[in-house]
Design a protein around this ligand. Structure first.
Ligand SMILES: NC(=O)c1ccc[n+]([C@@H]2O[C@H](COP(=O)([O-])OP(=O)(O)OC[C@H]3O[C@@H](n4cnc5c(N)ncnc54)[C@H](OP(=O)(O)O)[C@@H]3O)[C@@H](O)[C@H]2O)c1
Length: 251
């Protein structure tokens, strides 16, 4: 497939590399800031532009990996007839692309992607399309870049995006709060690395609720009280600690 990528951020970069690595060809990168477009295009060895008006109309697939808000602006500047166009967002309806082409859909990577990192074919892709033919096209293309391709409606994708935010973004925020606490209290956050790993590995084979540990699930009021007293100088962390403790206690 000949692919145009619109966007030059995390998803555009990771998808672009996977596309080129798997026998397709990225033929153009378009991004609002032309220097960002150039940087990704140089890596993918293709032309670039800073304007949707200059889109290469000879591609087979157009992947739009821009911020969610920018997707709603796209139809003002962009029309490609019947070419396949896909967005990569978890919480945006596929119909956002309906005025751009008659064949549109979604290829949503269910993974936390950072352009600085290398990824292989193990990123789950949730796909969708506006017709059975389009879904088949998207699925066939997606299977060439990922071992895990699943069809998901707008509603299913939105629900999985909510779950993704909870398991990834929220846990990462908790790590950030814990790291800040450790730094201020002069203890080594890095000592927690095996615990972080074990917690993530364990839930691959067990239901998380069944392997919950800690003072809240044991109803250990004495320890909880000690922790809360230590957190008196950390109002934000104390608030989160209390809310999560309450949630764990409710089972
Ligand atoms: N990162 C993830 O883990 C992840 C995972 C799954 C899905 N997604 C979804 O993939 C999409 C892209 O995410 P990302 O992480 O790649 O974002 P990102 O790294 O922040 O990149 C955002 C891109 O959107 C462009 N952009 C921003 N505002 C724009 C505007 N008003 N008009 C035109 N272009 C604009 C930027 O272009 P310039 O740089 O040229 O300004 C940049 O290329 C989002 O829908 C996101 O929800 C992200």
């Amino acid at each position: 497939m000949r692919v145009v990528i619109i966007g030059s951020g995390n998803v555009a970069s990771v998808m672009g590399r996977l596309i080129n690595k798997n026998g397709h060809q990225v033929i153009q990168v378009i991004s609002r800031h032309i220097d960002h477009a150039k940087m990704l295009a140089d890596e993918l060895h293709c032309p670039y532009s800073g304007s949707n008006d200059e889109v290469d109309k000879t591609a087979d697939v157009y992947i739009v990996a821009v911020s969610d808000g920018a997707l709603y602006e796209l139809n003002k500047s962009f029309h490609i007839g019947n070419k396949l166009i896909l967005h990569t967002a978890g919480s945006v309806l596929k119909d956002v692309l309906k005025d751009i082409s008659v064949n549109y859909g979604v290829i949503y990577p269910l993974q936390s992607l950072r352009k600085e990192m290398e990824y292989t074919g193990d990123i789950p892709l949730l796909i969708d399309g506006n017709s059975e033919e389009t879904i088949t096209l998207v699925e066939d293309f997606a299977r060439t870049i990922s071992d895990k391709v699943v069809k998901a409606s707008d509603e299913e994708r939105l629900k999985l995006h909510v779950a993704a935010v909870i398991v990834s973004n929220f846990t990462n925020h908790l790590y950030a709060l814990a790291e800040e606490f450790c730094e201020k209290e002069n203890v080594d956050f890095k000592l927690l690395a095996p615990l972080i790993k074990e917690t993530a590995v364990r839930v691959q084979d067990h239901s998380p609720a069944s392997v919950q540990t800690g003072p809240a699930i044991r109803n250990d009021i004495f320890t909880l009280d000690k922790h809360l007293r230590l957190l008196a100088n950390y109002p934000r962390l104390k608030y989160v600690y209390l809310k999560l403790t309450d949630s764990i206690m409710k089972g």
